[in-house]
Design a protein around this ligand. Structure first.
Ligand code: PAF
Length: 285
C-alpha cells in the first residue's frame, strides 16, 4: 500500500473507520517529526504489531512552555515522509495546529500524581499538553496499539495511566531507548548541539553507567548514588543539571533505597539544549 499523507482530521478519522470496518488492526506511532532511528524502531515494531501502520507528525504547541523551543523545533516533512515510506508506514497524519485546535478550544486532559516531579515540575503544563493531544490523536486514529519510546519515561507512564483511567481500549507499548554508537540517546533535539556540545552531552549516558555500576556493586542508598551522579555531571563545564532523580520505576514515587527496579532520570542543559536520558536500575536480590 503506498504511503497516504492526510492533513485533514476528518479524512483521517474516516480512513481509520474504514480500516476498522475491514477488520484491520491499527498500529499507531505519534511523533513530532524530525524522525531518527528511535522513531524508526517504533515504526518497525508497529509494522509487526498492526495490519495498518499510522504515523502522526505534529509539533504540538500546547506541550511547549512560553520559554521553550516551539518556534525553532526542528522540522523536515519531506525527509520524514521518505523515512516513513522506507519503514512501511501506510498513513502519515500531518495536521496543522489550526486543525487540531479549532477556535475556542478550551478542554484539556490532566493526569495528576504521576505527572508530578521530574519533567512535570520543570515543564509546567507539559504533560497536560501531551495527554490532551494524545487523547485527540487516539480519537481520530482509533488505534488498537500505540507505541511510545522509553526515553520519555514519565510521558509513557502518564499515557499508560491515562489509558487506564479513561478506558481507552488501546494497548500501549513502550520501546527501549535507541542510542548512537557513542551512547548518546537519540533525540530530535540532538540536532541543536555543536560538535563540542555533543561530546559534553555524553556525560548523561556516562552518569547512567556510573549509577548502574554502583548498584551492581551493592550500593542501595539513593542519596549516595544521586550525589555521585550529580558530581559527575557537574564536572563537565557547560552542562547544567535540570534534575537528577531516582524514582520507583512503576509508580514514579520518590525512593530512599534502591531495593526494587528504580528509575534514574536525568535532565540537563548542554549549552542551551535541554536533553533527557534515563535507565532503570535493577538491584540483584
Ligand atoms: O513524544 C513526543 O514526540 C510527543 O510528546 C507526542 C507523544 C507525539 C505528543 O505530542
Amino acid at each position: 500500500m503506498p504511503l497516504e499523507v492526510i492533513p485533514d482530521k476528518r479524512e483521517m478519522a474516516i480512513r481509520a473507520e474504514e480500516f476498522r470496518r475491514d477488520g484491520r488492526r491499527i498500529a499507531f506511532v505519534p511523533t513530532m517529526g524530525f524522525l531518527h532511528a528511535g522513531h524508526v524502531s517504533l515504526l518497525e515494531e508497529g509494522r509487526r504489531r498492526g495490519d495498518v501502520l499510522v504515523l502522526s507528525i505534529f509539533v504540538n504547541p500546547i506541550q511547549f512552555g512560553p520559554n521553550e523551543d516551539l518556534a525553532r523545533y526542528p522540522r523536515d516533512l519531506p525527509g520524514d515522509l521518505e523515512k516513513a515510506r522506507r519503514a512501511g508506514v501506510d498513513v502519515a497524519f500531518v495536521p496543522e495546529p489550526a486543525q487540531m485546535y479549532t477556535e475556542g478550544f478550551q478542554t484539556s486532559v490532566e493526569v495528576r500524581e504521576i505527572a508530578r516531579g521530574l519533567c512535570g515540575d520543570k515543564r509546567p503544563g507539559h504533560f497536560v499538553g501531551v495527554a490532551t493531544v494524545v487523547t485527540k490523536l487516539f480519537h481520530i486514529i482509533k488505534p488498537h496499539v500505540a507505541l511510545f519510546g522509553e526515553k520519555d519515561y514519565q510521558q509513557l507512564a502518564v499515557i499508560r495511566r491515562m489509558v487506564l483511567d479513561l478506558d481507552f481500549d488501546i494497548e500501549v507499548l513502550g520501546m527501549p531507548i535507541v542510542r548512537e554508537p557513542d551512547e548518546l540517546a537519540m533525540s530530535s533535539r540532538n540536532a541543536y548541539l555543536s560538535g563540542e556540545e555533543r561530546q559534553k552531552a555524553l556525560v548523561l549516558s556516562r552518569t547512567l553507567n556510573l549509577a548502574e555500576e554502583m548498584v551492581r556493586e551493592g550500593e542501595r542508598d539513593a542519596a549516595r548514588v544521586l550525589s555521585a551522579a550529580r558530581a559527575l555531571i557537574n564536572s563537565v563545564g557547560g552542562v547544567r543539571i535540570d534534575y537528577v532523580d531516582l524514582r520507583d520505576a512503576v509508580t514514579l514515587a520518590e525512593v530512599a533505597r534502591i531495593e526494587r527496579p528504580t528509575l534514574l532520570a536525568v535532565a540537563a542543559f548542554v549549552g542551551k539544549t535541554r536533553l533527557i536520558d534515563n535507565r532503570v536500575l535493577t538491584p540483584r536480590s
